[in-house]
Design a protein around this ligand. Sequence first.
Ligand SMILES: [Zn+2]
Ligand SMILES: [Zn+2]
Length: 584
Amino acid sequence: PKPYEGLDRLECRSKLIVDLEQQGFLGRIDEHVHNVGHCYRCHTAVEPRLSPQWFVKMKPLAEPAIKAVKNGAIKFVPARWTKVYLNWMENIQDWCISRQIWWGHRLPVWYCDACQQRGKPGVIVSKTPPARCPACKGQALRQDEDVLDTWFSSWLWPFSTLGWPKKTKELDYFYPTNTLVTAQEIIFFWVARMVMAGYFCMKRPPFTAVYIHGTVRDITGKKMSKSLGNIIDPLEMIGQYGTDALRYTLVTATAIGQDLFLSEERFAAGRNFANKLWNATRFALAQGGDIEKYRVLPKAGKVPGTFSMPDRWILSRLQQTTARVTKSLEAFQFNDAASALYGFLWHDFCDWYVEIAKHVPAEQQPATRAILRHVLEQALRLLHPVMPFVTEELWQRLTEGAPGRAASIMVAPWPKSSAKLVDREAERLFERLQAVITAIRTTRAELNVPPESRPPVRLASPQAEVRRLFETHRTLLQKLAALGEVSVEAKREAVRHAAAMVVDGVDVVMPLEGFIDPAKERQRLQQRVEELTKQLSSTEARLKDRQFTAKAPKEVVEQARTRRAELQDAAKKLSEHLSVLQGM
Ligand SMILES: [Zn+2]
Ligand SMILES: [Zn+2]
């Protein structure tokens, strides 16, 4: 209204009260306490002020971007973010793009004062600075001092970085790309706007998949923040455990798009894995071996008859691992890929194949060396995205001097799984061998059989195929389970004072006389059984308590049940051992 036009807001407020009072409209004046933002420097109260701004009409821009997500041209991983995106886009508001700050792209808007003084709009929007006003031909033009919202520059990022609007080689090659990896808090600010700008400026979406990653939280589930003091400094962790360890731990700890609960101890696992790989490579290199031979293997795609069952087993496991890692990465299941590689490299390769390689007879050594190198070389390539530095270093050493090798593991081809090398038969046989060796090792540990002693073992199976397996791999069994004589029979014979177990239908009998001190072991096992019985009765008491089973979280009750089963198993096994020892 006229009387207040041009007044300072503070003057205006006083004048308003005076006017209200004079005209009899003022009831009473109360004090109110409320929150008002203040300038961080001069502490002046911050107040809203109406001003003309520039807006972009968003509805027409949003239409193709909504369609693209609905028809699957762009997909969100995890899929639940699709709803969030669509909800925003379908309720989109016009976008205020002008900002009153110094830094940024200046608005491409000019004003003609001459026109405006005559009550005309006098606004010129132009890609290039206009020479004169198109209405009055006047040359006195001034550019708007406002700059664009920072996201207005960012939404052009997928193509403006590649030389757009020029038609460059880079733009042609890199646009569109395939996957955008980002955080959920900028799905609207950035992701949605890039899609809209992509359709508007390039007529094509900028990417086909949007992977939304989780948030790093501490082990109790709190978001990490400096003010809470619960942050883990990645640079510190890198210094302590290594860059690859940090990366490995972050990848394995993150299930698809879920938040990640992090504690410092988890990084040690990554460091140990890197050390394990280092040692395995050193072993493979120390064996020497014909570098050409291991390169020929995958091309031929078939296994020479001279390869042993463990050779065929590890090659088969490599194919399965390659297939699983590839599939997991394609589905953005990074933790699954990393765990598959960890299991393969640590357990299959290091725990078993490398140990076997130490004991193969001379005539088989060339094949074993070639396979050691081949399997490791392929697995390092698969692991490269997860642990880039250590894999590059080890791969360089492993393939040194190989003709035609890639300059870096980064550009070496991704391994392919070969169906011809998948050998279910070898896997089945090897698993049987593994089970027997593991059972013997466990029993040795339970009965305190000294590691340097070599007790004999009698195996019995009515199946000729099973007997053949153990006869063929008798030496391996002796070496890996630290045994003396190993006999293989069709029928189990009674043996006095022996530990007996049945593994996969195979009778395994290990005579103990002369290998342990029965009196000492009896005492030790009795003590152990007593401990177990105590633990068992307290667990059982808990499970009988209605309060506990009804009120404790389901997982805790489930844990107690599992614990009870474990204790029962352990107690039963020890009692069996004890009864063997009683007679000795
Ligand atoms: Zn201020
Ligand atoms: Zn003009």
